[in-house]
Design a protein around this ligand. Structure first.
Ligand code: BJ8
Length: 425
């Protein structure tokens, strides 16, 4: 793909040598982790194609949209409401933060003990290897955890346009009012960027587009409740990751096609793994492309992941936005209501998340929960302890994993996961 797109990448200011090196590692990782899987649904071919063209065709599409006057907005968090972006005919892309890059440069700007996700965002920018960042007309940084909040003070000076969105820490009346004020301010920023005034009709359309994507994901999630499970956790994770990049209508269609195929598999009692394989619920920090390390370890140890309690997973997609309102204010209220339900660990207290993990464990007929935190991620590391307690109280086996993006601990993680799987089955 390199030669075909070289001029496009050059035009975006990418460092071609470094970018080639990244694509090579990505391609090899994808081959070893994804294409090495057996018995994949045929409809996953679309997602293989998307991944093979993730820096090629999709970027060309975005640049074509820009040439036609549409804007691209990049984000790092599921709190950035895509409904508002779509309402202004703009495209929201989730920026991948799932690999280490240019670490020496990053550590000149950030302390070493910063989580890998934040370092990755900086590495992709400083290493000039992310066409999504470079194609974005505006980036949005949200004040969620302290790491993101403080690092955005630096990141904002590295890009041409940066919008900071404040996010409440408590789900109180005041917290909700803050979120609403910030979403209104975001709406104004999007209107200014695009030159489009968002009216009720546009907002309804934006909600419909995003809800349709979510509904397709819900359908896929519910099919994973079957035993034997018809799709691997790795493939389901990939679908959840592509959710953040792809054209929404095409994505929705492609997920529905996989679901059609999985329904046939279920009818025939065909699983991707034997019925006796341990079923694992993964819970914790989001896993952005190409962070596939832990799911790959879990599934190559003979288990299957049946659900992700994560922002790249059910925490990010589980609620729909009510589209019945008739005015901009009613629809904005519905958007605020919907996002107030996201149970990220930055909230204090955060009891909904504990309940949700238990609920998912039961619904997906899981045998155990693996709680995943990135090293130096205070919110999820801190919360992993009460989560474990809450699960223990229900006799739910739990394994707490703390890791980063390096491959150094693969052997050690494998040993711990294997021991846990022995215990749950
Ligand atoms: S809504 S989970 S996407 S903030 S891993 S950067 S929390 S130190 S990613 Fe997140 Fe939004 Fe919450 Fe979801 Fe900080 Fe932890 Fe790093 Fe994290």
């Amino acid at each position: 793909m390199s030669e075909q797109y070289e001029r496009m990448w050059e035009g975006l200011g990418l460092d071609l040598g470094a970018h080639d090196a990244l694509l090579e590692v990505l391609g090899k990782g994808y081959q070893d982790i994804y294409l090495a899987q057996k018995n994949r649904p045929e409809a996953m071919a679309y997602f293989d194609f998307v991944m093979s063209e993730v820096h090629g065709l999709r970027i060309r599409e975005l640049l074509d949209e820009k040439a036609a006057g549409r804007k691209v907005i990049g984000s790092f968090c599921v709190f950035v409401p895509e409904e508002i972006v779509r309402a202004a005919d703009a495209t929201l892309v989730g920026l991948c933060t799932g690999a280490d890059f240019a670490m020496e440069e990053v550590e000149k700007l950030l302390p070493r003990n910063t989580c890998s996700l934040i370092k990755s965002a900086f590495g992709f920018k400083l290493g000039k290897v992310c066409p999504y960042i470079e194609a974005s007309d505006m980036l949005v940084g949200e004040n969620t955890c302290d790491g993101k909040k403080k690092s955005f003070e630096t990141l904002k000076d590295l890009v041409s346009k940066f919008h900071i969105m404040d996010i409440p820490q408590m789900k109180s009346v005041e917290g909700r009012a803050l979120l609403k004020a910030e979403y209104l301010r975001f709406k104004e920023a999007v209107e200014k960027l695009t030159g489009i005034t968002i009216d009720a009709g546009r907002l309804k359309k934006g909600i419909e587009i995003v809800n349709n994507k979510r509904k397709a994901i819900h359908r896929l999630a519910s099919l994973r409740k079957a035993n034997p499970v018809p799709i691997s956790g790795l493939d389901a994770l990939l679908v959840n990751q592509v959710y953040f990049y792809d054209d929404p209508a095409r994505f929705t269609d492609s997920v529905n096609k996989i679901c059609d195929e999985l329904e046939v598999r279920i009818e025939k009692n065909e699983g991707v793994v034997p019925e006796t394989s341990p079923r694992i619920l993964l819970s914790g920090c989001p896993m952005a492309v190409p962070n596939w390390k832990l799911p790959w370890i879990i599934e190559t140890c003979g288990a299957v992941i049946v659900g992700e309690e994560s922002c790249v997973g059910e925490r990010g997609t589980r609620n729909l936005t009510d589209d019945t309102g008739g005015t901009v204010d009613e629809l904005m209220e519905a958007i605020v209501d919907r996002y107030c339900k996201v149970d990220c660990a930055i909230f204090t207290p955060n009891p909904d998340r504990f309940e949700h993990i238990v609920e998912m464990f039961e619904q997906y007929q899981a045998d155990g929960v693996i709680h995943y935190s990135l090293q130096f991620c205070q919110p999820y590391l801190m919360e992993s302890m009460p989560v474990e307690k809450a699960l223990e109280a229900k006799n739910i086996p739990t394994l707490r994993i703390e890791t980063d993006y390096s491959l150094e601990d693969v052997g050690q993680l494998k040993t711990r996961v294997e021991a846990f799987l022995e215990m749950v089955k």
